[in-house]
Design a binder for this molecule. Structure first.
Ligand code: SF4
Length: 299
C-alpha cells in the first residue's frame, strides 16, 4: 500500500467511524440509560426514557444521527511517535469530518468567528479540535471521537480557587455548575470534573474525564470517593430524564486530576448529555483497527 493509499484508507475509516458514532451511542451509555430507565416509576420519566429508546432504535434503522446537534467534532489522540501517518493526521481527520458530514449526514455546525458564516462542512479554523498526547516508542494511534453539542460540554466552566477553599470549594463549584449551566445539557448527564493547578489544565481534565467509561473509577481511592459523593449529591437534585424530574440526574461523575501548586486548586466541569457520542478506535501501524467503545459496528 502506498502512503497515499494508506491515507485515503484511514480517512475513509475515520469518516465512517465519525458518522457511525453520530448515530449509535457507546455500549456503556446505552447500558446505563437502560439501568436508569428501569429505576423510574413516574409516568413522565418513563415516557421520556421510552422516547430515548425509540430514538436509538430509529437512528439505527433509518441510519440517521441520534441527535440533531452535531456539536463540534473533537478528537483526542494518544499517538505513538512511530505511527507512520502521524504527519498526515490533522488533514486526514479534517477530511474525514467533511466526508462524514456529507455521508451521515451531519448538521452543519462550524461558524467562522468574526466572519460569521457557516462553512457547511463542520470544519473551520481550529475545528475539528485536536488534542494530542504523544506516546514515545509506540507505533499505534488511539483516537477518541466526541461530538460535543452547544448545550452540553462545549460551555463548560473552570476556575482556580483561592487558597483555603480546598475540596469543599471544589464541591461547591461543581454543584453550582450543576444547578445552573449543567442543565443546558439533556439529562441524564455524564459529569466530567477536572482538578489541577491552572484553569486550562482543569478544563482539559474535565473534558478528558468524559472520555472515561461510565462505571469506571478514579484510581485514587479518595478521588473515587469524591466521585461517589458528588454523584449522590447531584442525583439528589432529582433532575430526571430531560430535566423533567426523576430519581436520578446523572449517568456518573468522572474525576481526572493532576498535581497542583500548594496555594491553588483549579477545578473544571464539563457536562455530557444522554446522547453522549463518544467513540474509541485504535489503529496499528498497518491500519488494522479495533473499536472498543461499540460492540455492534455496521461499516
Ligand atoms: S444536550 Fe445533547 S441531546 Fe440535548 S440537544 Fe444537545 S447534543 Fe442533543
Amino acid at each position: 500500500m502506498t502512503q497515499a493509499e494508506a491515507v485515503s484508507r484511514m480517512t475513509d475509516t475515520m469518516a465512517k467511524f465519525v458518522a457511525f458514532t453520530g448515530k449509535r451511542l457507546p455500549d456503556d451509555v446505552r447500558a446505563k440509560i437502560k439501568e436508569l430507565a428501569a429505576q423510574e416509576e413516574a409516568p413522565l420519566a418513563k415516557a421520556i426514557y421510552a422516547t430515548m429508546d425509540k430514538n436509538q432504535e430509529l437512528a439505527w434503522k433509518l441510519n440517521r444521527p441520534s441527535c440533531q446537534d452535531t456539536g463540534a467534532v473533537q478528537f483526542f489522540l494518544k499517538c505513538g511517535t512511530h505511527f507512520p501517518y502521524i504527519d498526515e493526521l490533522p488533514e486526514l481527520l479534517r477530511n474525514a469530518v467533511i466526508q462524514a458530514t456529507k455521508d451521515a449526514p451531519l448538521r452543519h455546525n462550524a461558524v467562522e468567528t468574526f466572519d460569521e458564516y457557516n462553512t457547511g462542512k463542520n470544519v473551520g479554523l481550529g475545528i475539528p479540535s485536536l488534542f494530542w498526547e504523544m506516546v514515545p516508542g509506540r507505533d499505534d494511534c488511539e483516537i477518541y471521537t466526541y461530538m460535543a453539542g452547544g448545550g452540553c460540554s462545549l460551555p463548560g466552566r473552570a476556575k482556580v480557587l483561592m487558597p483555603g477553599e480546598g475540596y469543599e470549594g471544589v464541591t461547591k463549584f461543581v454543584l453550582d455548575c450543576m444547578t445552573s449551566y449543567g442543565l443546558n445539557a439533556c439529562p441524564p448527564l455524564l459529569v466530567g470534573v477536572g482538578i489541577g493547578t491552572s484553569v486550562e489544565v482543569a478544563a482539559l481534565h474535565s473534558k478528558e474525564a468524559l472520555l472515561r467509561p461510565i462505571g469506571s473509577h478514579n484510581p485514587n481511592p479518595k478521588a473515587a470517593e469524591m466521585e461517589r459523593l458528588l454523584e449522590d449529591g447531584i442525583n439528589k437534585i432529582g433532575l430526571g430524564p430531560q430535566g423533567l424530574c426523576g430519581k436520578n440526574s446523572v449517568m456518573g461523575v468522572n474525576i481526572i486530576n493532576s498535581a497542583r501548586h500548594p496555594s491553588v486548586i483549579g477545578v473544571g466541569v464539563s457536562v455530557g448529555c444522554w446522547s453522549h457520542r463518544r467513540g474509541h478506535i485504535v489503529f496499528d501501524r498497518d491500519l488494522n483497527y479495533t473499536i472498543d467503545s461499540h460492540s455492534e459496528v455496521d461499516f
